[in-house]
Design a protein around this ligand. Structure first.
Ligand SMILES: *Cc1c(COP(=O)(O)O)cnc(C)c1O
Length: 391
């Protein structure tokens, strides 16, 4: 558990030198592309040390700096970079740690764009990938080849909710000098800190809980000073994929309420999970902090919380009934993503053609739900509406 007082200190004070900007409570949006120098010697120093000095906003920008100090501290990491999407953070940290001929081990079904990178982009550079069921540490051991340089994790997986034992994978990888990366979008650093468990690089989509208001796309990548500096000086600067000062400002604003939002969402989620589990139209439910979850013990061991994302399976033999359920909802919104104020739903059958629907395959009757910040009863009444429409 990260001390709640430390979290408050990070959110309120870290990186905020208010006397530098008229003692304003809220930090300024430093909307500038470049920075001025009075002395050649000073200019020379900035050119040599672009990763730590204000020179040009594709590199370091003051508003982004305030945010990145906070995010690194929350991750218990030495340093971090903030990207203009979570996908950019994923692409950059993988790309920065491979060369032609390397082999990667990834958990099966990682986030869509991680998978597309592994399947479509990396083979062009002679980098191969083996997908493993990450629930069993032996699967990682068996997949290691002499040219394996990277293990890519996502725990819990945001679709299957499968976990990996992060400390065990980190220990195995260290013994073979393999770098580990973990997508921590599901938990945020408040509920899981992969770096403390020995993982080298942790990343998350800040679009989700960090920003928390469905209005910014961003990503975070944290690690040691040396690893972050290496990525900054190459891929990050080459591709120009840092977040903008305005988005950094919105992210700082979102961060202020991260603790209170996650607490509220966790409480409401437990209420909704209990409601759905006892509903006769629900066959099953997958949520890492549910006692019946197969990896419940591991979840309790390595996570401090589980937030608002889970899936449930409705009992029906008709795709139309699932469509009726979703389309009759008046509050819960049908959409991808999660982490904002609004509760969301995403039916698995949205990616299945009607003629291919097979009710005997439970996965096709799956609905992924995100519980937002609304009143729990408001959400339950809407779910009731959905179930009534299925009748
Ligand atoms: C959304 C998401 C991403 C990608 O983040 P973007 O900010 O949308 O680019 C990566 N991993 C997981 C688990 C996600 O849910």
């Amino acid at each position: 558990m990260i001390d709640p007082k430390t979290v408050s200190n990070i959110l309120n004070e870290l990186g905020e030198d208010r006397e530098d900007y008229f003692n304003a409570i809220a930090p300024p949006i430093m909307q500038t592309s470049n920075f001025a120098f009075k002395k050649v010697d000073d200019f020379r120093d900035a050119l040599e040390n672009e990763s730590s000095r204000y020179l040009y906003s594709r590199g370091i920008n003051p508003t982004v700096q305030i945010l990145s100090q906070k995010l690194a501290a929350l991750d218990c990491a030495e340093d971090c970079l903030v990207f203009n999407s979570g996908a950019a953070a994923i692409f950059t940290c993988v790309f920065a740690n491979i060369k032609s001929g390397d082999h990667i081990i990834s958990v099966e079904k990682p986030y869509t764009w991680a998978q597309k990178m592994f399947n479509n982009v990396l083979p062009r550079f002679n980098v191969s990938v083996t997908y493993v069921d990450g629930r069993n540490i032996e699967n990682f051991e068996k997949a290691i080849q002499p040219n394996t340089t990277l293990i890519y994790l996502e725990s819990p997986n945001s679709w299957s909710f499968y976990l990996q034992d992060l400390a065990a994978v980190a220990k195995l990888a260290r013994s073979k000098k393999i770098i580990t990366i973990c997508d921590n979008s599901y938990c945020t650093p408040l509920y899981q800190r992969p770096i403390q468990l020995g993982i080298d690089l942790t990343l998350q989509s800040a679009t989700k809980y960090i920003n928390g208001h469905s209005d910014v796309v961003a990503g975070v990548l944290s690690g040691t000073k040396a690893m972050v500096k290496k990525i900054f000086s190459s891929e990050y600067m080459n591709m120009g994929i840092g977040t903008t000062p305005f988005n950094a400002w919105l992210l700082i604003r979102g961060l202020r309420t991260l603790q209170v939002r996650l607490t509220r969402i966790s409480e409401t989620t437990q209420i909704i999970v209990n409601y759905l589990k006892s509903h006769e139209e629900v066959e099953d439910l997958t949520f890492p902090f549910d006692k019946d979850f197969p990896q419940y013990d591991l979840a309790k061991k390595q996570m401090d919380g589980a937030c608002g994302l889970f899936s449930f399976y409705v009992k029906t033999d008709s795709i139309k009934k699932i469509e009726l359920f979703c389309e009759s909802l008046q509050h819960i919104i049908m959409a991808v993503s999660w982490g904002g104020y609004e509760s969301l739903i995403m039916p698995n059958c949205a990616s299945i053609k009607e003629e291919d629907f097979d009710a005997s395959n439970k996965e096709q009757r799956k609905l992924r739900m995100y519980v937002g910040l609304e009143d729990p009863q408001y959400i339950i009444e809407d779910l009731e509406r959905g179930f009534a429409a299925m009748k």
